[in-house]
Every structure is written in C-alpha cells, then in structure tokens.
Design a protein around this ligand. Sequence first.
Ligand SMILES: Nc1ncnc2c1ncn2[C@@H]1O[C@H](COP(=O)(O)OP(=O)(O)OP(=O)(O)O)[C@@H](O)[C@H]1O
Ligand SMILES: Nc1nc2c(c(=O)[nH]1)N=C(CO)CN2
Ligand SMILES: [Mg+2]
Length: 235
Amino acid sequence: MEWKEWEPFYMRIVREMGYSAEEDRGAAELLRALLLEGDDYILRDELAAVVGRKAYVFGCGPSLEKALAEHDFSDGTLIAADGATSALLDAGLLPDIVVTDLDGRIPDLKLANDRGAFMVIHAHGDNVEKMAVYVPMFSRILGTCQTEPLDIVYNFGGFTDGDRAAFLAEELGAREIVLVGFDFGEIVGRWSKPGLRAHSPVWESKRKKFEFARELLEWLEKNGRARLKYLTPDE
Ligand SMILES: Nc1ncnc2c1ncn2[C@@H]1O[C@H](COP(=O)(O)OP(=O)(O)OP(=O)(O)O)[C@@H](O)[C@H]1O
Ligand SMILES: Nc1nc2c(c(=O)[nH]1)N=C(CO)CN2
Ligand SMILES: [Mg+2]
C-alpha cells in the first residue's frame, strides 16, 4: 500500500482512536535514531529475501492454539504478530519474522530474535518509552511507522500488528497469505497481552482496532496481488 492510499485510513484511525499524528511522527523519528545508533537494522530487500510465495501470518485469536496443534506450516514463511510469538515457541515453532509494537512478552520476542527471527518493530506515539528501552536489545530489525515513511523506517500500510503483518507479506512478495488465529469478534485471545491470564471479552478500544484491521484486510484482499485465506477453527 502506498502512502497516499494509506493516508486516508490513517486520518480516520487518528480521529477515531484519539491518537496524535505529531506523536506518531516523533516516534518514527525516534525509531530511526535508535536504529542508526544500534547499527543492527535491515532494509526491505534483506527481509524480502526471507519471504517466500506462501506466508502464514499468526494472530492472537482464541483459535490459534488449536491451529498450531493441528496444522503443518512447513511450506511457508512464518510471520508472528507480536504475542503470537509466545504461542509459536510453545508449539515448538520459530517464526521467521516477528511483527511487533513491543507489547508482546518481551522475553519471548527476544528468544525468537536470538534464535534467528527477524524483527519488524513498529513506532507509534504510545510505545516511545518501550522503544527506547527495548530496540537496543534486538538485532536484525526492520523499522516501520504509521506516518509518512522515512528513509529506513517503512510504511507498507496496515494498523494492528496482525493486519500490518499481512501488508508486509504482500509488499515483500508473498502471493498466498494464510491468516491463522484471526478471529476478531468478541473474545481477545490470551496471547494478546502479557497480563492476560485467559481469553477475555473484547474491550472498547480493542473492538475499534479489530474493526479497522478487518476493513484493511478486506482492502488488501481486493487490491493486493496475494490470495488471502483465513484458516478457520473447524478446518
Ligand atoms: N480475537 C483476537 N484476539 C487477539 N488478536 C487478534 C484476534 N483476532 C485477530 N487478532 C490479530 O492478532 C494480532 C495480535 O497482536 P497484538 O495482540 O500484539 O495486538 P496489537 O496489534 O499490538 O494491539 P494492542 O495494541 O491492542 O495490543 C492483532 O494485531 C490482531 O490483528
Ligand atoms: N498511537 C498509537 N498507534 C498505534 C497503537 C497505539 O496504541 N497507539 N496500537 C497499534 C497496534 O494495534 C498500532 N498503532
Ligand atoms: Mg502488539
């Protein structure tokens, strides 16, 4: 998704979620500075080389665990949306790529990164403190933002970690994207927040995030080159 296509979605997101575009822009600048300082960032071509024709994108919906237990994912690139990283590790799988705004379980994100996973770290106005502490701990990082892209901080479109991971897969060459653990709906999966002990009823801001994520995935299905498929609980 080009910036000009993303901009109207972003304007609505800022308005409806009550975010500050100025703070989001500042976060992108901070991430850029942290990446340059750490000198362990990567550019899009390096990550594109990791993404095959088929990609599995793992979200944190309640159906995730059953899917991980029952399906074989060996024929594609594994992309975990943030907290889903923990579930993959528990199931004995290592994601090739982790897409995160740093609110998943940091020790698990770090473990995945140390074992070889590439990190796609997203800057927004509400994770600047986390970025300052955690970005220096990670290696092989591709930076993303939701405001206008900078030279080494990309914006491929997408809002939540899950739908943003699908946009990344499309942009980096996947032509079949299988969405796993993408239930949206009334229940937030327990992998979604480190503090959640169990699957939990959706709260208001999360419901809005889900609505935007769904709409963006519909856009991708219509306008992208990749075929999108949802792995649903009963399959
Ligand atoms: N029912 C669900 N519960 C949780 N995550 C879901 C669900 N269905 C789909 N997902 C996807 O899985 C992703 C998991 O990432 P994560 O839980 O870190 O959310 P996030 O995008 O960082 O949002 P937040 O800032 O609210 O934590 C979500 O971004 C969402 O796109
Ligand atoms: N400013 C801001 N931007 C975001 C936020 C957030 O909490 N605040 N959460 C996201 C992941 O769903 C993506 N973008
Ligand atoms: Mg997150």
